[in-house]
Design a binder for this molecule. Structure first.
Ligand code: B12
Ligand code: SF4
Ligand code: SF4
Length: 334
């Protein structure tokens, strides 16, 4: 048995804003299986893989006893940007992985013989569920994990240990949403299909990031009128997010977050190489970002963007061409 106070101190020293502990008990199966059965994972085939690991962390780390949930606050400014807040600075995956590496090293030094497993985002770990169990916040109706201090402007990482701690947290006994449903009504694509359940296929976050190598369904394109990477609408409207706290310097927005949609549509490969590597935007790639920007210009009927869109219409990438053609159609005849 190890000291929970010491473990939480090590997490704090590694740079995490909050940390909490829960017992490594299986997750109720319907939490994930109902979502998958409804097809809410869209083309995220990897969500359908390693399901048993997601539901039971002892399959990831034999004899797992403790799950450490780790939270970083990333909010910085209210400046308008077509990029979702979590992606405006250095890639959060790199920041969380660096901090996790530091924590794993210090845990091994402090508690000899302990084995661990670390996860950030892509691993088969249900990070929000663990953060709830660790008493760090709740999953609110917008499907986001929301804390008292930072609202939902947080990203998560998770560490699993094969040793028991001397104290564990309990989930908070509260529903901060109450009768509110502002986020559900504000979602432009009705992607929040019921309280706390998001249909990824309808979510602009999925369409602009995960579906970057295909076309966005035509019915969803008019909603792409402000974001070209991710979507913050259901968080921006949330009353639990009205007093955000500035995050650390690693989350400081980079210059690309101040570029206009037109500039991002017209981005050259050289500009892409200067602006994008090292940020989470790299996931959508050069073509995915320009495709998204073309949709956004069409969605807002930006007549001043006709020249940029004409150029994109003869691009080498078929999805960029298709998006530019659609957008020009929205602008109408010149
Ligand atoms: C798949 C995925 C997506 C999908 C689906 C979104 C979703 N809500 O599931 C898409 C691509 C749409 C997406 C979008 C976003 N994502 Co995402 N995503 C994930 C990922 C990889 C898996 C989530 C998952 O397992 N979903 C399956 C469903 C069934 O599980 P669930 O979301 O936890 O929901 C259930 C449980 O929470 C349960 N529940 C609620 N309370 C409780 C309590 C207990 C005790 C239990 C047992 C269960 C339970 O009810 C829910 C419905 O069944 C995680 C990383 C990870 N490994 O966890 C990041 C993650 C959730 N995403 C994250 C972020 C930042 C985002 C975006 C904000 C990005 C953006 N700005 O565009 C948006 C938010 C959209 C939204 N409104 O949810 C962050 C979380 C941020 C936060 N504060 O919540 C994560 C954790 C990544 C990270 N490591 O930081 N994402
Ligand atoms: S991120 Fe945007 S599209 Fe997705 S559920 Fe929230 S408001 Fe809807
Ligand atoms: S907008 Fe209202 S319902 Fe939605 S998450 Fe915030 S408090 Fe909950």
């Amino acid at each position: 048995m190890i000291s929970s106070a010491r473990l939480l101190q090590l997490a704090h020293d590694a740079g995490f804003d909050r940390a909490g502990l829960s017992r490594a008990e299986p997750i109720p199966r319907e939490t994930l299986l109902d979502w998958l059965a409804a097809g809410h994972h869209a083309d995220l085939d990897w969500m359908n893989e390693r399901v048993e690991e997601r539901l039971d962390v002892t399959r990831l780390l034999p004899n797992a006893k403790t799950v450490v949930s780790l939270v970083c606050n990333y909010w910085h400014t209210d400046d308008a940007s077509p990029i979702a807040r979590y992606a405006r600075g250095r890639d959060y995956h790199a920041t969380m992985r660096d901090r996790l590496r530091t924590l794993r090293r210090s845990v091994r030094t402090a508690f000899a013989g302990v084995s661990d497993y670390g996860a950030v985002d892509a691993n088969p770990v249900m990070e929000k569920v663990w953060a709830v169990r660790a008493g760090l916040g709740t999953v609110t109706k917008n499907g986001c994990f929301t804390t008292h201090d930072f609202g939902s402007w947080v990203v998560l990482a998770t560490m699993i240990l094969d040793v028991e701690c001397d104290a564990y947290a309990s989930p908070l006994d509260e529903d901060p949403c109450g009768r509110c449903r502002i986020c559900i009504d504000a979602c432009p694509t009705s992607a929040i299909v019921k309280d706390r359940v998001v249909d990824a296929g309808a979510c602009l976050s999925y369409q602009t990031i995960e579906n970057a190598e295909d076309s966005v369904p035509e019915s969803l394109r008019p909603a792409l009128n402000g974001f070209i990477f991710g979507c913050d609408i259901c968080q921006d409207v949330c009353p639990l997010n009205v007093t955000p706290i500035k995050g650390g310097s690693r989350f400081e927005p980079r210059s690309v977050s101040r570029e206009s949609i037109r500039a991002l549509a017209a981005m050259s490969k050289a500009e892409f190489d200067a602006w994008i590597p090292g940020t989470a935007l790299a996931r959508a790639g050069f073509d995915g970002l320009r495709r998204n920007a073309a949709y956004a210009l069409g969605a807002v009927k930006d007549t001043g963007a006709r020249g940029v869109l004409e150029k994109l219409r003869s691009d080498a990438n078929p999805h960029v061409v298709e998006a530019a053609t659609w957008a020009l159609g929205k602008l109408g005849a010149s």
